[in-house]
Ligand binder design. Structure first.
Ligand code: PEP
Ligand code: MN
Length: 358
């Protein structure tokens, strides 16, 4: 359990007289204090306002911040509830010229951001591991020439200084619980695209985001990229329920990655649409001019033409689901659900009729 208090003076005085651990964090325009463990909590309340939260995450929860968070990337992209952000590009950056050519087509087709791996985590050490620094340089040149913000995966904290000209730093599924890396990203301060570990629960995923937030960096986008599911016919199973669920638990924007979950190009578009239907605020899609020649993830990369169809349908679906009338109905339904829950709690889960909404 963690105690959260908001009156620093009284809190600091109380904490200095106890053995509690504590952290002061500046986040979302607030200065907050976190203290743990719970045995110390009663001595720390000091009459100040406080909350107790019994889960591995506090700052990423809706209890702490009920309203949706917007994550700004570069000067023009704002990821959040008001739009669908689409990031697209190759699995790995393979050549600067090709990246520029692809990026310019993707921009024309409606991509908001360019993705590309420079340092690649591969299952086998004998596979292509990316162009490294040269790949990052190609991305930052593409960003300057095309005016598209770029996102690229980082493998370790020691490489972070190389990412100064990268707009958003991706944490891959294999590093999703690399806690020192997540803390370093908290201090680095750039927006983070945090993939869910392929075997992680939603609670563990939010616990991972907390490592970034608790270092004062609130710009985190959660990315569902599919989990291991025995018997699933896809490479990883896109957990669409988790997209909806994590948005209820957390104020952070959510991205769906249909490429790594699909594992084959034919399934990428339907999974992208499923992600949007589940409430994703962003899509991360792998696109290659010649997927059959790609140096990594060739089976799942789609062509620019296929991307054009995907992005048009995804935006049409997003518009349909987020039209003002639909949003109002969703809000009404969510208020009704809250009332029913409260009614059940108050009446000891009795079977009487729930209250009507006015
Ligand atoms: C990627 O985006 O290219 C990647 C390696 O993703 P993941 O970590 O989801 O496998
Ligand atoms: Mn990939």
């Amino acid at each position: 359990m963690i105690y959260f208090l908001s009156e620093e003076g009284a809190f600091k005085e109380a904490v200095s007289r106890s053995s509690a651990s504590y952290l002061m964090v500046n986040i979302y325009g607030k200065r907050v204090a976190l203290a743990w463990p719970d045995e110390d909590a009663p001595r720390l309340t000091t009459g100040a306002s406080f909350m107790t939260i019994r889960r591995p995450y506090v700052l990423s929860s809706r209890e702490f911040k009920p309203e949706d968070t917007f994550v700004d990337v570069g000067e023009r992209v704002r990821i959040g509830p008001d739009s669908l952000t689409v990031a697209a590009g190759p699995c790995s950056v393979e050549d600067e010229g090709e990246l520029l050519e692809l990026g310019s087509s993707l921009k024309r087709m409606g991509a908001d951001m360019l993705r590309g791996g420079a340092f690649k985590p591969r299952t086998s050490p004998y596979s292509f591991m990316g162009l490294g620094e040269e790949g990052l340089r190609a991305l930052s040149r593409a960003r300057d020439e095309l005016g598209l913000p770029v996102v690229s995966e980082v493998l370790d904290a020691a490489s972070l200084p190389l990412y100064k000209k990268i707009d958003m730093v991706q944490v891959g599924t294999r590093n999703a619980q690399n806690f020192p890396l997540l803390q370093a990203l908290g201090e680095f301060g750039k927006p983070v695209l945090l993939k869910r570990g392929m075997g992680n629960t939603v609670e563990e995923w939010l616990g991972a985001s907390e490592y970034v937030l608790s270092r004062g960096n609130g710009s985190v986008v959660l990315c569902e990229r599919g989990i291991r599911a025995p018997g699933s016919p896809t490479r990883f199973s896109l957990d669409v329920g988790a997209i909806t669920k994590v948005k209820r638990l957390s104020h952070l924007p959510v991205c769906a990655d249909p490429s790594h979950s699909a594992g084959e190009s034919d399934l990428v578009e339907p999974l992208a649409l499923a992600g949007v239907a589940a409430g994703a605020n962003m899509l991360l899609v792998e696109v290659h001019q010649h997927p059959e020649m790609a140096l990594s993830d060739g089976d799942q990369q789609i062509t620019p033409e296929e991307f054009s169809s995907l992005v048009n349908k995804a935006r049409a679906l997003w518009d349909l689901l987020n039209r003002a009338g639909v949003k109002e109905r969703d809000e009404l339904e969510s208020r009704l659900r809250d009332r029913v829950r409260k009614h059940r709690r108050d009446s000891g889960r009795g079977g009487t009729r729930p209250p009507e909404l006015p």
